[in-house]
Each structure stands twice: as C-alpha cells, then as structure tokens.
Design a binder for this molecule. Structure first.
Ligand code: DQA
Length: 147
C-alpha cells in the first residue's frame, strides 16, 4: 500500500524557509519520517511537492486509484486553493491536512482553510512531527475497517 505525501507551494525549501516558524527539518527529513512511520504497516510513500496548484491537482488525480490515503500540506493554497479543494473532493481515501505552524496563532488570513472541511482530520502547529502524527492517523483510520 502507498501513502501520498503532498506538499504545496514553498514547502520544497523547508529547512531554510523562515526556520523560526517552520523549523529546520527539510522536506527530505519529513519524507523519511513519514516513510519510517508507515513502514510498520509495510506501507510506502510517494512524495510530491509543487509550487503550482495545477501540478498538485494532477498529482491527486494521478495517485487517486493507487494510494490508501494522503497527507496534505497545501501551504498558502489553504486560503483559496479551490481547484486543489475540488481535486481532493473526488479523492476517495482518507487524508489528513497538516500545517507545521499554528495557523491560528498567526495572521488573520491564515485562520480559515478551504481544504480543511474535506479532510478526515487536521494537524496544526506541531512542526514536522505533525506529519508523523498524520501518518499514524491514516494507519489508525485504515485499521477501522475490518480486514
Ligand atoms: C503552512 C501554513 C500556511 O499558512 C503557509 O502559507 C505555508 C505553510 C504550514 O505548514 O504551517 O506555506 O501550511
């Protein structure tokens, strides 16, 4: 089974992007952390990061039939990423939205996500550890179905 790790604009430069807000872990570190978490189930990770919304939409389409769940940090697309939202609306498996920073402790424009209402759950403000939690949540949700 494969989990889709989807990161939006400006998340490819994690590690050197405003480290006082987003921490010093790189996207490669996060990919390794998520891979480690899901390996206990024998699952694998496919990681996609794009700065443009259309590429993210295509990635959701491309991986929708081949993944058991997704971890999505939409970056600033949380604010008005309507096409990403619509792509995720037709993504059937469970998925978790992650934000490294506590968006509610920040500027007003970050307080509402157009993505979040569709997510199975949201992890906010726990830095890169939030991705590990999201991975665990996907395994938990998968475990809810008898197998
Ligand atoms: C973010 C929060 C967003 O508001 C911001 O635009 C980002 C990163 C986070 O992970 O904390 O790009 O998604």
């Amino acid at each position: 089974s494969v989990v889709l790790l989807l990161n939006g604009p400006n998340l490819g430069i994690l590690g050197r992007r405003e480290p006082e807000i987003y921490g010093t872990d790189t996207l490669a570190d996060i990919e390794a952390a998520v891979a480690e978490e899901v390996s206990v189930r024998g699952w694998e990770v496919v990681s996609v990061q794009h700065d443009s919304e259309g590429e993210l939409v295509s990635a959701v389409h491309r991986h929708s039939d081949t993944t058991v769940g997704a971890i999505v940090n939409p970056g600033a697309l949380m604010i008005a990423g309507w096409s990403l939202r619509d792509a995720l609306a037709s993504y059937a498996p469970p998925w978790i939205e992650v934000h490294l920073s506590n968006v509610w402790a920040r500027e007003q424009f970050r307080h509402e996500s157009v993505i979040a209402p569709l997510a199975s759950g949201v992890v906010v403000g726990l830095g890169s550890f939030g991705y590990r939690l999201a991975a665990q949540a996907l395994m938990h949700l998968d475990g809810e179905a008898p197998r």
